[in-house]
Design a protein around this ligand. Structure first.
Ligand SMILES: [Zn+2]
Ligand SMILES: [Zn+2]
Length: 180
């Protein structure tokens, strides 16, 4: 279900612009996850912010600010943790449809360029894209996360496993194996 507050009537956008508060909580994340089960959010996050939408001729400039937390899985220990995030974005929406030309030619400007068509600007998809951009390439619960033991799978943040101990007790164990 599309949230009505994220659908902006083009006719209502003035040159001075309008401000739309964002409060993306559990419901928003759950609805998104239901549509896209591949999302890397093991639990709903909570992101607040605002979007300013203003008209420049036929183009619409969207400036936004997002801040909050995303619930992610640590890439080392797999634990769910809260990643603090924040970002500002500027996106220029030009009347669509999207032309069939090289993206390269269009992306020279500093502004991100996107398209709108019809009488409504759908901020939902645009904001989802921005939230995806907030996900780190390698999520970590902490820089010092020790991860899981590759042999026994124990969470090394909680307790040292016996694999390490066994290895250090017999430094020639690996050599012994080779002789077999
Ligand atoms: Zn971790
Ligand atoms: Zn182990």
């Amino acid at each position: 279900m599309k949230r009505r507050d994220l659908q902006v009537d083009v006719a209502a956008v003035t040159e001075a612009g309008l401000d739309i508060p964002l409060n993306l909580g559990e419901d928003w994340f759950l609805a998104w996850q239901a549509e896209d089960p591949e999302l890397p959010f093991p639990e709903p996050g909570a992101v607040q912010g605002s979007v300013h939408v203003e008209k420049h001729g036929r183009d619409i400039l969207v400036r936004g600010h997002l801040a909050g937390i995303l619930k992610l899985s640590c890439s080392r220990c797999l634990a769910v943790y809260a990643e603090p995030v924040q970002a500002d974005f500027d996106i220029l929406l030009v009347p669509g449809p999207e032309p069939l030309m090289d993206e390269e030619e269009l992306s020279e400007a500093d502004l991100d360029l996107d398209y709108y068509s019809g009488e409504t600007v759908e901020l939902e998809g645009l904001i989802r894209e921005q939230v995806v951009l907030l996900i780190p390439l390698k999520p970590l619960c902490a820089e010092t996360c020790r991860g899981l033991c590759p042999r026994c799978g124990a969470d090394l943040n909680r307790e040292p496993c016996t694999c390490e101990a066994a290895k250090s007790e017999s430094p020639f164990a690996a050599l012994a194996k080779l002789k077999i």
